[in-house]
Design a protein around this ligand. Structure first.
Ligand SMILES: Cc1cc2nc3c(=O)[nH]c(=O)nc-3n(C[C@H](O)[C@H](O)[C@H](O)COP(=O)(O)OP(=O)(O)OC[C@H]3O[C@@H](n4cnc5c(N)ncnc54)[C@H](O)[C@@H]3O)c2cc1C
Length: 307
């Protein structure tokens, strides 16, 4: 279906699809970015693990072995990608490469394929240019098309505020598009704290001490999980669990998440599908715990969305 939208400006922030959108505006647009595939593995741990290991593979690339929750995160690879972004996936040779490279610093018994609970691959968006993608700078690419579409791509999650400010500055300089008053506060974004920012230890302590009375106290692993994932917003989740004890129950017995997080994801985090909850808002899928039972439970709670 085709439809029109009136807008003062079209901002293209479609990551790996940036150049597809630019080609829709201008068929002759030269590519502005290159894509590099990165794959990761998540494994169950065979013993407690606290260290974050960064092992240099060559002059440019490092492989990581990081404690993540009570699991181990390994990777990443870095390989130029020219296919359809929708089709990016982890191949058997990615798995072999990641395990082989991890073996430089991790014991073999921790690197068995049976321990893998999840694998994922993504596409880094890098400035165009010659040479290996592993050597390319992780910079943001901003470009403007003949129809006035502004494209912004690349960079890092950790630089998103800087990227936002770059875009706002660019917008303020477009002819005939002065910075309006409602955009002005966005310039000070880098100084605004993130929602829920708080000391996780202090939040976990309060969750444990102020647990639902007279019901059972919150489990320490759940309190830690809520505090580190939501900061002070964890108190909103604890309130849901206090009001309805069935929401204080775990989603799966082997993970710290509680059912109140499903309701929170549904009502406050725009979760629409079981996958949104299990893969994107909680750790269940990555832990390999998104069983049929768990999916049915999530689907039931999502269907109960207040109108
Ligand atoms: C393997 C890997 C590891 C990384 N590790 C780190 C790290 O450790 N630290 C860090 O800071 N950064 C890391 N990054 C980089 C980080 O993921 C990116 O910088 C960030 O995701 C870029 O955000 P974005 O919003 O520009 O693009 P994206 O996150 O790619 O979002 C673009 C969105 O646009 C949507 N879209 C596409 N086409 C259309 C369309 N036509 N209409 C509407 N929507 C559309 C897509 O579905 C997608 O949701 C890593 C990236 C990869 C691939």
């Amino acid at each position: 279906t085709e439809f029109g939208i009136d807008a003062r400006l079209v901002l293209n922030a479609t990551g790996p699809w940036t150049d597809h959108l630019r080609a829709m505006e201008d068929k002759a647009a030269a590519p502005s970015v290159r894509l590099s595939k990165g794959a990761h593995l998540v494994l169950r741990r065979t013993s407690p693990w606290k260290a974050a290991l960064a092992t240099p593979i060559d002059k440019y690339r490092i492989t990581f072995a990081l404690p993540w929750e009570d699991m181990l995160l390994l990777g990443t690879t870095d390989e130029e990608y020219e296919g359809d972004p929708r089709e990016v996936s982890v191949t058997d040779s990615d798995v072999t490469q990641i395990l082989d490279e991890a073996a430089f610093s991790v014991r073999d018994q921790q690197l068995s394929r049976d321990l893998i609970t999840y694998s994922f691959a993504g596409l880094r968006v890098l400035p165009g240019g010659p040479g290996d993608t592993s050597k390319a700078k992780r910079e943001t690419v901003v470009s403007e098309g003949p129809g006035g579409m502004l494209s912004v791509a690349g960079g890092k999650w950790t630089t998103f505020r800087h990227i936002g400010r770059t875009v706002i500055d660019k917008l303020s300089k477009l002819p005939g598009r002065p910075l309006t008053e409602d955009m002005e506060p966005m310039r000070s974004l880098p100084r605004m704290p993130l929602p829920g920012i708080a000391n996780p230890q202090a939040v976990a302590h309060r969750l444990l001490v102020d647990g639902p009375a007279p019901g059972p106290r919150m489990a320490p692993d759940t309190a830690r999980h809520l505090a580190t994932h939501y900061g002070s917003l964890a108190f909103d989740i604890a309130r849901l669990a206090n009001e309805d004890p069935s929401l204080a129950e775990r989603i799966h017995p082997d993970a710290p998440e509680i059912r109140a997080q499903i309701v929170y994801a549904r009502d406050r985090e725009w979760a629409e599908t079981a996958e949104d909850v299990l893969r994107r808002r909680t750790t269940l899928t990555v832990r390999g715990l998104d069983t049929t039972e768990v999916r049915d439970d999530v689907a039931k709670l999502l269907a109960d969305r207040p109108s």
